[in-house]
Each structure stands twice: as C-alpha cells, then as structure tokens.
Design a protein around this ligand. Sequence first.
Ligand code: ATP
Ligand code: MG
Length: 562
Amino acid sequence: MDGDGLRTTFAWEDARSAELHPLDGERINIFHEAVGHHVEEGRGQDLAIRWLGRDGSTRDLTFADLDDLAGRFAGVLRDLGVGRGDRVFTLLGRVPDLYVAALGALRNGSVFCPLFSAFGPEPVRSRVGPGKGRVLVTTAQLYERKVAPVRAELPDLEHVLLVGEGTAEGCIPLAPLMETATPAPTVPMDPEEMALLHFTSGTTGRPKGAVHVHAAVLAHRMTGRWVLDLHAGDVFWCTADPGWVTGTSYGIVAPLALGATLVVDEADFDGPRWLRILEEQRVAVWYTAPTAIRMLMKLTPDQLGEHDLSSVRHACSVGEPLAPDGVAFGETLLGTPFHDTWWQSETGAIMIANLPGAPVRPGSMGRPVPGVVAAVVERTEGGVRPIDTPDVEGELALRAGWPSMFRMYLDNPERYGKSFADGWYLSGDLARRDADGFFWFVGRADDVFKSAGHLIGPFEVESALVEHPDVAEAAVIGKPDPIAGSIVKAFLVLRPGVEGDAGVERSIRAHARKRLGPAVAPREITFVDHLPHTRSGKVMRRLLKARELGLPEGDTSTLENP
Ligand code: ATP
Ligand code: MG
C-alpha cells in the first residue's frame, strides 16, 4: 500500500531525537518545545504573539515574555498546590491570558483543557465535571453568567482564577498572584503523561473527551512544518476558536514550536477586518476553515475592497469538506489555492493534506502525511479489511501509533476500544482513495444514507449545489421515505440579494440533475437564512434531520446560535 511506502522512509522514533528538546533523559514538556528551548537557544527576543484587540489595540509578546508569564502562571498553580496531572480549564476568548494559562499549565505538568467562551452553563458543567477540572481560568463576567449557576455541581473545581477587571464570589483575581509569583521550573514529563484534553465538536452527538499526551508535540511540530510550511519568523494566522482542538495544536503549539509568530485576533469573523489583518500583519501562512472561506466568498466586490495580500505564501483549510470552488477562491483572493487538511480531535494533528509544493487536487483532502498510514477499510466480522481497489468507498482508517493519537476517551474505555480494530484506528468518516493515493471525503458514517439503492454522501451533493451561482451554502440530509428508504433533501442558503422564488429553485434543480443525475439530485429543497453550525464551524446535519422529522434535537450544547 502506498502509505506503507512512506512509513519505511520516515520513522517517528528517528524524528524524536532529531526534532525534540528533552529536559532530562527521555522526559519532555510541550511548553519547553513551544517556548522554553527558544529562550535557552537565544531567541527570546523573537516575536511569539502579535495580539490584536477588538478595540484596535495591539500587544506584542516575545518568547521571553511568554517564558516569564507562563513561568509565573506555573508558579501560581504550584503555590495553590496544583500540580502534575491536575486539570486546568480555560473559559476565555482570544486574549493573551489564554496563551499564558495554556503554556503555564503545561509547564507545570498540569493538563490544559480549553472551552469555547460562548458556552452556556450546561456545556461548562458537562465538561469541567467529568474532566475533573481543579482550576478554571475565566473572566468575572463569564464566571457570573456561565459558571456560577453550576459551581455547586463541580466539587473538584477548587480554584477559579479571574483575568481582567471585576471580581466574583468564590474566585481569585489572577493579576496580583501573577505579580508576586516566582516563576516555577518546567516539569519534565514522561512522554506518555497526559497533557491536553479536547472535547470533540459534538457534530454527530454528545461531545467526547479526547485525551492527549506530551509526546503529541512531535506530530504538532512535524505537521506544522510539512503541511503548514511554517518556519522560524513566519507570521502565521490560525483563525480557529481557542475552544476547538485546532486552536491548541495549530493555534499555539505547532507554530510556536517552529518559532513562528502568531497573529491572534480577539474579534470574531468579520470579512473586511480579516482582509485588513492579512494585509497589515503581512501574514505569510493562513489556516482557516470552509465556513469562513464561504463567508468571504459571499462578500460583494465592494466589501472585499482592494488589498495587497501578496504576503500570503500558503493557505490551508480544515474542519469540513472544502469544495473545489473554495479551493479556487484562494487563487482569486490570495494567489494561492486553499490546501485542504483532514484530522480530528482524536488524531491530535493533521493526518491527510494537500501538501505545499505539490499541485492541489481540488475537492480532495490530499494524501497522508509522512509517518501516517491511511486506508479505506470495510468492517468485517470482528475486524477490518483494507480495500485496495481505488475509488471504492469505505471507512477512513489510520494505522494506530502516531505520536498525537488520543490515548483514551474520557470515562469511556468501551468506546475507545471500539474505535480500534486489527491495529487500525477507525475514524467514523467515509472516504475513497483514488489511484494516485489522494483521499476524497464522502461523509460521516452517521450522515450517509441510502436513497433508492444509491449510497449517498451529503458532501457530494452539497458540492454540486454550491457550484450554482445563487447558492452560498448547502446542507443535505436523507429524509426517511417509505418507498425510497430516504430521499435527498437540501437546505440552501442563497447569496445575498437572491430571492428563493420558483425560478431560482427550477434553475438549481436543473443544475443539480445535470451534475448529479436524477437519482442523487435533491428531491426536496428548502431555502433557509442560515444553517445550524457548531462553534467550530461544522454543519450539524443531525439537527436539520431532527427538526425535519420533529424529533428531539439531542445535545445542542455546541450549537453556534442556540
Ligand atoms: P463529534 O465527534 O462530536 O461528532 P466532530 O467529529 O465534528 O464532532 P472534531 O474532532 O472537531 O469533532 O472534527 C473532526 C471531524 O471534522 C472529522 O471527523 C471530519 O468529519 C470533519 N473534518 C475535518 N476536516 C475535514 C476535511 N478537511 N474534510 C472533511 N471533513 C473534515
Ligand atoms: Mg468526530
């Protein structure tokens, strides 16, 4: 298999000694990889973070600044009796304190777990509780609204540290502690010790807690270089929310480990502002998501304006399938196509990607990165069988054992066990591999459905629909039907200024039939103002389906606009 060929030319074990900076014997620490070793090697004055405040203010932090602040935060934790393996949660927007808390917790040997700042009390409770959060770093305002109502149900939560203005009962303002703390040393960790806890996006059901270890940093670092093309001094912008796994792996660890400068924008998506940031900060590498790309594609020429975006050398996308028109939009906007990348909370790092330097295959997720063996498999009785024939659909699986593979699902050993068979990790996504080894996303196993004997993946239908000039965004579900099993139903968001009248619908139907054939073209079309997205930007098809059928909506804690 072609993935095995790569395996023989790249071994994680060899990279470990060449790329990592052990603290003592075999022991490492993600903090040391991200910050500490740069300072030790004399690069303390390099810029680590350029923070852009919502109000137009900026703040620069060098690697030495981060070293000092993370050291103090680790000192605060140590003085509170919080140590190795203890869980430190954050409920913060994109503020400098978030980066300090993340890096300081890791430095201290504690486990970092970020939450979306937009979460309400219930999603906070259902993560901090099972996650055994001992410390939570947040603001007074967020605390009052989201934590105070459930604090009594969180017996493990001993310390709530508040950043910024204001106080709240039962909480400790962090700033005075930071001022008096002496920096604590970096704790050397066994590579298999827990470092990060990430909850999945909850697109297909209740979010799961994926546990990662310090050894994962090798995969962060290598994929940062191979896939994102990050080098020391590059200005890098990852637009992911800090509550999502991307916000840590590529919003903090990988770029800092490689000595890049992070651009951090406090504000939420705003097309014209984003274009200004790319231009003014001279961003070299940009990592964003299909939802944002689609929103930029919706801007009128007036809103797009004139920008010199020639600094952007490389652009990537993650989180959802990227249709060919999205790839091409990169060329138009930036002069470089968007390179799709695929991974999950469980994989901890990018596994499949359109690599820089190779031609992008639009619509494909790309090929496995070195050291990763991917296959399309079918489940057999008691195991799995790789499908070697190209272009056949099956479950996307990865040969277990890459450094950032999750080590458990929080409180769910049974589910963890079921995610592996015959040495493969089963991703729950369906894909096919073409003869050249490129992987094509078909859908999530939970979203794929059968209509009149055809197995249909929503993405295929959605990609064809968004090619229509009037369609901005599309989501497709299988709507149960007594005769066909399911019928194809599409929810469409139209471009601004387009009315969803009979003429537009006719034209979209004609386009879909031509592109997909009558069996796969949507039988039902509904125009909507927006689609339900998770906070990490994924379309929740299960919610559209539940609403369509009048069924309970299940866990909606990660919904963007509840
Ligand atoms: P849950 O597991 O709770 O349903 P989730 O799978 O959305 O949530 P994440 O781990 O944040 O949680 O997302 C990983 C998933 O996102 C992948 O399994 C895949 O379905 C989707 N995804 C990520 N990147 C891509 C991509 N490039 N193309 C298509 N799908 C992608
Ligand atoms: Mg998932």
